[in-house]
Design a protein around this ligand. Structure first.
Ligand code: NIG
Ligand code: FE
Length: 416
């Protein structure tokens, strides 16, 4: 048994009431000015004001004592939405976009997601692993301790399974907790462009059963978008996924208001993600049905689009989470501090609301809140030390990561 005491930190954390936080509670965090955290074999046993924590401990309870030097301690970030399993960047396409070419127009011309599909199909599993590992370790340096990674650049049964095996290996060979999501419905692959319905049938009758049969994904996601998958197709795909035992997520109303957020409400999906263009009616449906809104402010930034109406969602009672969307097309960043800053400055969330969004609510969005997402007794001792007085430093010190140290299960994982 290894018992560690982390002391001399100012601690800010949400507490987990057993449900995601929403509405007036979206920003509910607790603060301990002279805080300490005590863990046993990486599991939190006690935390709070240092005096209180020490009262219940005898010297023999502590094998190691770590002085946090007065730094700000928060839970590790949970990034609930990434597409970081890709072998090649798309820098040329970025330049075209900055010259005015539309994101979906690039996809229609066979670029975008489809160019990543060609790259994935041409790469070996080891090549794909080594690039994905770089992305994942970079995320960890920016404070991510748990993350979701979606497939979706294979768009054929074997290629999707290859990606999911790589994602699984990232979870096994790093200290990160990784949640795999099957996104075979990310685009219609080139070979099915003339018969998109046949691809939907392949997804339902072949790919989803293969993925669930291997127990290699926790969730199924669909890119419900104009000229990609319609609401009706998305519904059929997600219903098949539910039958196969997968949790449901949906890329909803990222570019056009197609009604994906309403579908998420109808199906009581775990989350609807993006939501830049979602209607008020459908956002209210999400609130009623307990669907978490996963917002990706880096994507609005990178696509030069209006941000998702985060404050409205808070007002309507939607639990808001934030993530990076790390992908080679619409948003190439693995930095949670960067999207945290955008959430506060450009989406008008308060610092506390953004902190809940980036930790506890994000953990709920990927089914991990029992183990991570907040400092609570019994959860994994995943936390960060920030060079600042409070989590505000994440937004205040713009473009710079204030993450000084990252601990996963009570072990230092950055810097090593
Ligand atoms: O979340 N919207 C679809 N998928 C990604 C982008 C993928 C890509 O361009 O490679 C997104 O924005
Ligand atoms: Fe995405």
């Amino acid at each position: 048994m290894m018992n560690k005491l982390f002391r001399n930190a100012s601690i800010t954390t949400p507490f987990d009431p057993g449900t995601p936080l929403a509405g007036k509670r979206q920003g509910e965090v607790h603060y301990f000015k002279h805080g300490a955290l005590y863990c046993q074999d990486g599991v939190i046993q006690a935390f709070g004001e240092e005096d209180e924590v020490l009262k219940d401990l005898s010297p023999s309870d502590v094998d190691g004592e770590i002085d946090c030097e007065g730094l700000c301690l928060i839970p590790g970030f949970v990034d609930p939405h990434t597409h970081m399993c890709f072998p090649k960047r798309r820098e040329e396409e970025f330049t075209l976009r900055m010259e005015g070419m539309d994101y979906l127009e690039i996809l229609r011309r066979g670029g975008g997601i489809l160019s990543s599909v060609r790259a994935v199909r041409a790469s070996s599993e080891d090549e794909l692993f080594s690039v994905t590992l770089e992305h994942a370790l970079s995320a960890q340096r920016f404070g991510t301790t748990t993350l979701e990674i979606k497939s979706g650049y294979g768009l054929a049964t074997e290629a999707e399974l290859k990606i999911l095996r790589v994602i699984d290996r990232i979870g096994r060979e790093t200290s990160l907790d990784v949640v795999p999501t099957f996104l075979g419905a990310h685009a219609v692959p080139e070979e099915y462009q003339k018969a998109p319905e046949d691809y939907v049938e392949l997804l339902i009758h072949n790919m989803i059963p293969a993925v669930s049969g291997q127990g290699i994904a926790r969730f199924c996601d669909v890119f419900c978008e104009k000229d990609v998958f319609s609401v009706d197709q998305s519904r059929r795909i997600l219903q098949a996924a539910r039958k196969a035992g997968l949790g449901l997520k949906i890329h909803a109303d990222e570019v056009y208001d197609l009604g994906g957020a309403g579908l998420a409400g109808e199906l009581q999906a775990t989350s609807a993600e993006h939501l830049l263009a979602a209607s008020e009616k459908n956002l209210r449906a999400m609130a009623r049905r307990g669907v978490i809104g996963v917002l990706l402010p880096g994507t609005a930034y990178s696509l030069r689009k209006a941000y998702a109406p985060a404050w409205k969602m808070v007002e309507f009672g939607v639990s808001v989470a934030i993530g990076t969307d790390c992908n080679p097309g619409s948003c190439y960043t693995e930095s949670m501090p960067f999207v945290f800053g955008l959430a506060v400055l450009n989406m008008n969330l308060s610092v506390s609301e953004a902190l809940v969004a980036a930790t506890l609510n994000a953990a709920y969005a990927i089914g991990m809140a029992e183990r991570v997402g907040s400092l609570d007794v019994g959860k994994s001792a995943d936390f960060l030390l920030l060079d600042g007085e409070s989590p505000a430093i994440l937004a205040y010190h713009a473009g710079v990561s204030p993450v000084v140290k990252v601990f996963k299960g009570g072990e230092l994982v950055f810097p090593l």
